[in-house]
Design a protein around this ligand. Structure first.
Ligand code: HEC
Length: 199
């Protein structure tokens, strides 16, 4: 059994411990957003830096141009070959060149290769722009991304040798897998996302 004195001492200790926590809470709430008490409003510049996604129509693409020829040089000089293999296969990273699946093959038979399976050319540009070269993401200029995209399309017979691409011509490329994707049904609140999908 604790004595009355001990109880008072314990209560005082608890109150003393609470005070700094409450003070800290008030101070941090003031520095944060009034609604939820967390975070802060991003600056216009921060939003600009995050806002790099390119949609299927390519309206957000930066002005620039590149060529298959430039892309084949950049593929070596930017280290792509080191991970993906000199010819787009045989490296430690996923292959970037389609498999030989014979004439009239379904594009899915070419393997899991972005420059051929993607329904939109702009998605390939966007992926390289934001994610490659792995370890030095964000270092490629827009022209370099147009060139590398053109080169990977050439390797996969999507465009011919000598092709040049810019913000106008890239979105016009008809990808071989364009109509070969299952359409996701429209979603309504409360419905599962896909039939049989648990969430
Ligand atoms: C350090 C190794 C490394 C380097 C260098 C590198 N990549 Fe990759 N790349 C990867 C890895 C690993 C993946 C798979 C990432 C994943 O699936 O999450 C990948 C994925 C890709 C894909 C998508 C493949 C697919 O079918 O999904 C493309 C396209 C690509 N890289 C292009 C490039 C280009 C162009 C360069 C040169 C500018 C480059 N990569 C440099 C490692 C690398």
């Amino acid at each position: 059994m604790r004595s009355a004195k001990q109880w008072i001492a314990l209560k005082t200790l608890r109150t003393l411990l609470l005070v700094p926590i409450l003070v800290a809470g008030v101070v941090s709430v003031q520095a944060q957003s009034p609604l939820y008490g967390v975070g802060r409003t991003p600056t216009a510049n921060e939003i600009r830096l995050w806002d790099i996604a390119i949609g299927p129509k390519g309206e957000e693409l930066p002005v620039g141009n590149g060529s298959v020829d430039m892309g084949s040089e950049l593929y070596l000089s930017k280290g792509c070959a080191g991970c993906h293999g000199t010819l787009g296969n045989g490296g430690m990273a996923p292959r970037l060149i389609k498999r030989d699946a014979g004439p009239n093959a379904d594009p899915w038979d070419y393997g899991r290769v972005l420059p051929i399976r993607s329904p939109y050319a702009t998605t390939v540009w966007d992926y390289i722009n934001r994610a490659m070269p792995l370890g030095a993401e964000g270092t490629l200029t827009a022209d370099e991304v147009y060139s590398l995209t053109a080169y990977l399309f050439f390797l996969n017979d999507v465009v011919e040798d000598g092709t040049e691409l810019n913000e106008k011509t890239l979105p016009q490329i008809q990808m071989p897998n364009r109509t070969n994707w299952e359409q996701v049904p429209d979603w309504l609140p409360g419905q599962p996302r896909l039939e049989g999908y648990p969430y």
